[in-house]
Design a protein around this ligand. Structure first.
Ligand code: NAG
Ligand code: NAG
Ligand code: NAG
Ligand code: NAG
Ligand code: NAG
Ligand code: NAG
Ligand code: NAG
Length: 394
């Protein structure tokens, strides 16, 4: 029979260790996605959508390192303060205060360390300090700067305002200068090779392909590929964080530091990929298929210079980070969902058994949407660098 003292100890330990049963880091990744409004249009644009998640994950990671000897509940509490404060910083100027408050309040109830408990304030102080450290480091990282964009004359190959696009200029022109994460340094090292010339011999076939596949009422696009265009239309940072979660599941729920490391790497890769994509877009300033075809019946208009596809590099970068966490294997078995189709067609579910296939569909989706040329997606997939060191450099 259990001794009374042991029983009492077990009971008190049970109370003291009230904690959230899920993965706290993943909780905040998920909340971050919701806070960016599951965005297609009207939410965050590509580079800021990678940037803000990287900032938040850096604050979480610093907190996880500093609390690694504490109880799980303590770590969860500290991480939640770091996430709340860094999210609030990234969303200053929006109406998101209330939503961020609610994300924090909902999880604090589950962690269940009362404010009358000293540990509450000790954990809060660590999380707050980490958020300050990271957000201070990201001041003046150039995302706020005004960078002008003036349209060049409408000669072949040159980007022009997309018919139907609300954007006055290509999206966030300053993002090409955004300071990278993980000490990656000069982003122009990752600049894509030049796209094929508009008057080269291979160009006509490329143009005809996207014209046929990306036409709104295309008769050659398969129903599966129509779905592919919708499926991957959602913000890539949200979609790839969901892929990441579906692959690792709750494996690191009790190991906050490892989970923090995983999601930090994923989000640094996404943020850096967006910067690399914007560098190539600005440098080549290429026309969109819609401009080349000189028709307005392209399916899903997009207001950014064409080359290269950030969808494709987001996917390539995220998959490169996820693979080592999957025992270096390309084989996965996930049921992935999306509701961000922008078409009000509800939830689409897809089973993915290979990371490569997810990356390929992700890139190809922009051709089936008539948004990108095939060469753009292919190059995007190759623009990947492993981020093995320096990911505590923010
Ligand atoms: C999210 O949506 C709400 C309501 O439409 C809006 O007020 C808020 O600014 C949006 N946040 C972002 C980051 O787009
Ligand atoms: C955690 O404990 C180890 C072993 O006692 C110690 O070396 C390390 O400094 C501690 N780390 C923190 C962040 O408290
Ligand atoms: C929260 O902790 C208190 C003791 O500190 C306990 O009485 C209560 O049942 C716990 N609530 C939950 C939901 O775990
Ligand atoms: C393509 O056009 C450029 C000018 O834009 C010209 O310099 C080049 O010679 C042309 N190439 C071919 C194959 O016609
Ligand atoms: C495409 O088909 C829809 C009906 O499904 C029709 O309303 C629309 O005019 C068509 N668009 C083009 C460009 O043919
Ligand atoms: C990786 O391989 C090891 C050893 O075979 C196994 O225990 C572990 O579950 C695998 N992890 C994943 C993520 O597949
Ligand atoms: C999916 O989005 C639609 C709006 O497009 C919304 O009405 C519905 O509730 C969403 N479903 C889920 C499961 O999020």
């Amino acid at each position: 029979m259990m001794k009374l003292s042991t029983l009492l100890f077990a009971l008190s330990a049970g109370i003291a260790n009230a904690e959230y049963s899920g993965d706290i880091v993943q909780y905040w990744v998920d909340q971050s996605g919701l806070l960016s409004n599951n965005s297609l249009i009207g939410g965050l644009q590509s580079p800021p959508s990678g940037w803000f998640e990287a900032v938040v994950q850096a604050a979480i990671y610093v907190t996880a390192v500093q609390t690694k000897n504490e109880s799980l509940a303590f770590q969860q509490l500290a991480v939640s303060h770091a996430a709340h404060d860094s999210l609030t910083w990234t969303f200053h100027g929006t109406r998101n205060y209330g939503n961020i408050f609610k994300s924090a309040q909902d999880i604090l109830v589950k962690i269940n360390i009362s404010e009358s408990d000293d540990r509450y304030w000790r954990a809060a102080a660590i999380g707050r300090k980490a958020a300050i450290k990271v957000t201070n480091a990201r001041q003046d990282d150039k995302l706020n700067n005004f960078v002008n964009y003036v349209y060049n004359p409408a000669t072949p190959g040159v980007y022009q305002r997309t018919p139907g696009s609300a954007f006055v200029a290509p999206d966030t022109p300053q993002a090409r200068y955004l300071r990278t994460f993980s000490g990656l340094g000069d982003i122009t090292r990752f600049r894509a090779p030049p796209p094929p010339a508009w008057n080269s011999s291979e160009y006509e076939a490329i143009l005809n392909y996207v014209k046929a596949q990306g036409e709104k009422n295309s008769t050659v696009r398969t129903p599966y590929n129509t779905e592919t265009a919708y499926f991957w239309r959602e913000s890539s940072t949200i979609q790839w964080n969901r892929v990441a979660h579906n692959i690792v599941g709750n494996r690191y729920a009790k190991d906050v530091l490892t989970s923090a490391k995983f999601y930090l790497q994923v989000n640094y890769a996404l943020a850096n990929a967006a910067i690399a994509g914007w560098d190539s877009k600005a440098f080549y300033n290429s026309w969109r298929p819609v401009t080349a075809i000189r028709r307005t019946d392209i399916w899903l208009p997009s207001g950014k210079n064409e080359y290269i596809s950030t969808h494709a590099i987001f996917g390539g970068a995220a998959a490169a980070v996820i693979k080592p966490w999957n025992n270096g294997s390309d084989t996965i078995d996930i049921l992935q969902s999306t509701n961000g189709t922008g078409a009000g067609i509800g939830v689409i579910m897809r089973r993915y058994k290979s990371l490569k296939q997810a990356v390929k569909d992700n890139g190809d989706s922009r051709i089936f949407g008539g948004i990108h040329f095939q060469f753009s997606s292919d190059v995007g997939k190759a623009t990947v660098e492993a981020f093995e060191k320096g990911w505590d450099k923010f």
